[in-house]
Design a protein around this ligand. Structure first.
Ligand SMILES: NC(=O)c1ccc[n+]([C@@H]2O[C@H](COP(=O)([O-])OP(=O)(O)OC[C@H]3O[C@@H](n4cnc5c(N)ncnc54)[C@H](OP(=O)(O)O)[C@@H]3O)[C@@H](O)[C@H]2O)c1
Length: 347
């Protein structure tokens, strides 16, 4: 343990950045670090307002005040910066141990190193990077976090969909075996979509109104899974659709298994993984007749809906897992930050 708490900064204070800070407070700040600064392009009045009120997760569960250039959350000071580039922030003077990069604006090693050159010793990205070579490690908690050496400078926390899918595929590959998988992400709308049609993105479908259509979008999920589970390389396909809800998503996973199986076996191995072992607390299991909004503010990476598991013939499996794409992932950011700083301290 450090003699003083580590000092963590958020770069980007949008959906994920705000959820990270809020989850930190909802968990009583029970981490060996303090979140001491945040950087976003927004003005202070908006930063305060959107900290205090959140249409999806409700009011901030504590006192929110502004004092000069700082946000005071239950008296705990978070300096607010408004800089467009990593170079414009003096991370060294702020004595930052780790930047949680939550803007989504930096996704290559060259861009990540801009933070390092500007005095931030480590960066944890809230997205998968363009290629594996762009970071020193891509982590999915419960799956490969044990590989951290502490010497990494740039680490990715993968994506919300990878954090949902990879643990489940790992369990199933180790039990019934996976020959091939085809996955559809059914994802809530995000801020990279317009409310009504607008020029917006190089993915043409993302120019369409988020709340009028089910919108197929590009996804790197198959690549993300293969990065974490190379034993499945070349055997995964994925597609994604955005749906007109504000939060909570699911993965619809179809698998051809290596061994004969049935729905009871699939559900049993996933339920057991949720109860004991490295995935306990990260994945959950239910058979209740849920709808997506039931999982708003749920911290798990994946909630397997056993009532929807189907097996055709002996080897064609279909299952569904829910996840709060904001809150689950934000909680993983905090836990991976905790782990990363601890391992780096011991290295
Ligand atoms: N939302 C999810 O469910 C989810 C889940 C897992 C991972 N992620 C990933 O997390 C990242 C952020 O997603 P999000 O949903 O939180 O997006 P978001 O709501 O748009 O938040 C991004 C924030 O960063 C700000 N920003 C943009 N450029 C910046 C810069 N150069 N420096 C500092 N701040 C900057 C944005 O300001 P402006 O609005 O003014 O541009 C915005 O406030 C993305 O990579 C996304 O893929 C998102």
């Amino acid at each position: 343990m450090p003699t003083q708490p580590y000092r963590v900064a958020l770069n980007g204070y949008g959906r994920i950045g705000r959820c990270v800070l809020r989850a930190y407070h909802e968990r009583g700040g029970d981490f060996p670090f303090r979140i001491v600064a945040l950087n976003d392009l927004a003005d202070m009045a908006s930063v305060e307002y959107l900290t205090r009120f959140d249409s999806t997760h409700g009011r901030f569960p504590g006192e929110v005040r502004v004092e000069g250039d700082a946000l005071l959350l239950d008296g705990e000071r978070v300096q607010v910066l408004r800089e467009r580039t990593p170079e414009a922030v003096d991370w060294r003077s702020l004595d930052i141990d780790l930047v949680l990069e939550c803007s989504g604006a930096y996704n290559s090693r060259a861009e990540g190193e801009r933070f390092i050159r500007s005095g931030a010793p480590r960066v944890l990205f809230s997205q998968p990077m363009a290629s594996e070579a762009d970071v020193d490690a891509t982590l999915v908690l419960g799956v490969n976090h044990g590989g951290l050496t502490g010497r990494e400078r740039l680490v990715s926390n993968a994506s919300c969909t990878t954090n949902c899918g990879v643990p489940l595929l790992k369990v199933l590959n180790e039990t019934v075996g996976i020959e091939y998988a085809s996955i559809t992400t059914i994802h809530s709308a995000m801020n990279d979509q317009p409310v009504i049609d607008a020029y917006h993105h190089d993915d043409l479908r993302r120019t369409r109104s988020a709340f009028q259509s089910v919108i197929p979008v590009s996804t790197g999920l198959a690549r993300g899974i293969e990065r974490l589970l190379p034993e499945l390389s070349g055997r995964i396909q994925a597609k994604a659709v955005r749906v007109p809800t504000v939060n909570v998503s699911c993965l619809d996973i179809t698998l051809q298994t290596a061994r004969d199986t049935d729905a009871q076996t699939i559900n049993r191995v996933l339920r057991e993984a949720a109860e004991v072992g490295p995935l306990a607390g990260l994945i959950a299991y239910t058979e209740l007749p849920h709808a997506s909004c039931d999982f708003n503010h749920d911290p798990h990476s994946a909630i397997v809906d056993g009532s929807l598991t189907r097996v055709s013939g002996p080897r064609l499996v279909n299952l569904l897992a829910w996840f709060d794409n904001e809150w689950g992932f934000a909680n993983r950011m905090l836990e991976v930050a905790d782990l990363y700083l601890g391992v780096a301290h011991r290295a």
